[in-house]
Design a protein around this ligand. Structure first.
Ligand SMILES: Cc1ncc(COP(=O)(O)O)c(C=O)c1O
Length: 350
């Protein structure tokens, strides 16, 4: 997280994970209606209703949070006691692991194998679960690879969790980057599922910090009470703007989608030409996770930045040091330049 906040930027920045910022001036909202304070003790009802309607769930099961970051924290903190076993995918988004460690959970891992297209093998999850497992955590789409876990596999994971009295946390912050035929949220698969998401990655309004958790009622209430210890009350003007974002979600989605799709086409053509990279391609998502077949990826990324003004996320942040992550959806001209520079750096390398 510190690297991404302080060291990820470059003129050709492919170290992103979300889409371009959606500008306030394009959001169809009357700013004269904006207010500073309002009735939002445990969330602003119109926003909770908008989130609930978006997912087809009961508003009582919706907990507002400051982004998916706080959503993941609240969710794990409400479920895990120190010493509890939590089973987390590998490779994983770092802050999920950090949160589990911070909560003094006993962190166990199950692999997503590259040879298996980074898919989750439900038999692996079954093998790794123990009677002490309290929580299984996955991202869907997977960060960093953008691989989708289908509902059939999620159901199997849900059954495995249920067999030991555990819950499943599915971070769905990238799921709607599938666009056409996005599957419904896994929250619908059973009471053992809790889901986190936000408007950050797919809709370009990260600054609103509009995040949420979907959880069964008792857990949702526990998370709201826990949040009294953190941000206590949401930022009211942010909630008003988030309601406006939900009202015009198609506008936000389509603006980003054009860029993501153009970038993906460029990436696909690029990867076909690169014999020194290997990547599992997906039809969706805002990130790709190629492997550098020869040489040291960290040294390569250093050179890419210093000689070619281009950045990508080192795979070591996902415990895969010979990989790196490329982000799509910000600016197609910049993306094309960035890819061409990666190509030149590969060509001129060791
Ligand atoms: C899997 C995953 N979850 C959560 C987050 C944080 O999202 P937010 O900006 O909504 O806090 C990220 C950001 O990179 C992420 O990749």
């Amino acid at each position: 997280m510190q690297w991404s906040k302080t060291r990820s930027r470059a003129q050709f920045n492919l170290a992103t994970s979300g889409v371009a910022s959606f500008p306030l001036r394009e959001l169809l909202v009357d700013l004269k209606e904006l207010e500073i304070n309002g009735d939002n003790s445990y969330g602003y009802a119109p926003l909770q209703q908008a989130i609930a309607a978006h997912h087809g769930v009961d508003p009582d099961c919706v907990v507002e949070s400051a982004g998916t970051s706080m959503a993941n924290h609240l969710c794990m903190a409400a479920i895990l006691e120190p010493g509890d076993e939590v089973l987390i995918e590998h490779p994983a988004y770092g802050p999920i692991l950090d949160t589990a460690h911070y909560l003094q959970a006993n962190v166990k891992r199950f692999p997503r194998a590259k040879e298996n297209g980074w898919a989750i093998d439900p038999a692996e999850v079954r093998r790794c679960v123990t009677p002490k497992t309290r929580l299984i955590v996955i991202t869907n789409l997977h960060n960093p690879t953008s691989v989708l876990t289908p509902e059939s596999v999620l159901r199997e994971i849900g059954d495995t969790a249920q067999s030991v009295g555990a819950l499943v946390l599915v971070d769905e912050v990238y799921l709607e980057a599938i666009y056409e035929n996005t599957p419904r949220t896994s929250f619908h698969l059973g009471p053992q599922f809790a889901v986190t998401s936000s408007l950050t990655k797919v809709y370009g309004v990260s600054g609103l910090r509009c995040g949420w958790i979907l959880a069964r009622r008792d857990l949702a209430w526990k998370m709201r009470c826990l949040n009294d210890l953190y941000s206590a009350t949401p930022v009211y003007p942010g909630e008003l703007l988030s309601v406006a974002a939900f009202q015009h979600l198609d506008l936000l989605r389509e603006r980003a989608r054009r860029i993501v799709e153009a970038d993906r086409k460029l990436l696909r053509d690029f990867l076909k030409q690169q014999s020194s990279l290997s990547a599992v391609s997906t039809e969706w998502g805002t990130t790709s996770f190629p492997r550098l077949l020869n040489g040291d990826a960290d040294a390569f990324l250093e050179r890419l930045r210093s000689e070619f003004n281009t950045s990508a996320v080192p795979g070591r942040f996902f415990e895969m040091p010979d990989h790196f992550r490329i982000g799509m959806g910000v600016n197609t001209e910049m993306f094309a330049q960035g890819l061409s520079r990666i190509g030149r750096a590969l060509g001129s390398g060791d």
